[in-house]
Unconditional design. Sequence first.
Length: 85
Amino acid sequence: MADIDLGKAAIMAWDTTTLRQLAEAGEIDVVVPASGRPDARTPIWIVAVDDDLYVRSWKGEAGIWYRRARRLGTGSVVTLRVDPA
């Protein structure tokens, strides 16, 4: 799990390895905490264009993870990669 500062997400720079791993995942979970409430853990799609990563949530700006992240300025990215047997 990698902590990210969502208040600065638009200008974040990812190292090449991390960028490739996130892009190859295709889907990640964004986890955003809130004091006194359960964490909002939401799967979202992720793609890379050149050296930039973009995410898309089916609820857009109405998603609870997005609203919390904007309000609190924090969150985590979780990936799960399973190699075929």
